[in-house]
Design a protein around this ligand. Structure first.
Ligand code: MG
Length: 170
């Protein structure tokens, strides 16, 4: 039986990490040249975390904290590309395929335009999709709030899934 409500799902993801000295800054799976990095249990890739949450949300699989808990020592220093790829595997196992991902990094500094294409490529690789369906945007916060004061970096993402096969229990 055709079930139109099953054909597409959309998911939203948001994340924030604090900027601190002595850490490497990694965004969208790309190492960024900057004096500070993001604090976190894993590599603290705020952009990949937002995308992973969008993906898990679209598939109704909860969130990144539930799937990859901070309390699990296996995730200490984890490469967030691996976490995203594992989330994608779980989503595909339910019969979903990503259509597109759109996301925004909120950072006062550094300028991210030079890294945009590389981030899109890395995200697409981790998700097994074509880079032209991944869009990364960057915005400053006009010096307002914690982003504007360079205390942290935030990211938001949205992901659309299309049903590629029937779910295992259908
Ligand atoms: Mg995070």
């Amino acid at each position: 039986m055709h079930e139109p409500a099953w054909e597409y799902r959309v998911g939203l993801g948001d994340d924030v990490h604090a900027l601190v000295p002595g850490r490497r800054l990694r965004l969208g799976g790309v190492d960024i040249d900057h004096a500070q990095g993001l604090l976190g249990h894993s590599d603290a890739d705020v952009l990949l975390h937002a995308i992973t949450d969008a993906l898990l949300g679209a598939a109704g699989l909860g969130d990144i904290g539930g799937v990859f808990p901070d309390s699990d020592p296996r995730h200490a220093g984890a490469d967030s590309r691996v976490l995203l790829a594992r989330a994608m595997q779980d989503v595909r196992a339910l019969g979903w395929e990503p259509v597109n991902v759109d996301c925004t990094v909120h950072a006062q500094v550094p300028r991210l335009a030079p890294y945009r294409a590389a981030m899109q490529q890395r995200i697409a690789e981790a998700m097994g999709m074509r880079p032209e369906f991944v869009n990364v945007k960057a915005k400053t916060a006009e010096r307002l709030g914690f982003v504007g004061r360079q205390e942290g970096i935030a990211a938001s993402a949205i992901c659309l899934l299309r049903r590629a096969s029937r779910p295992p229990d259908a």
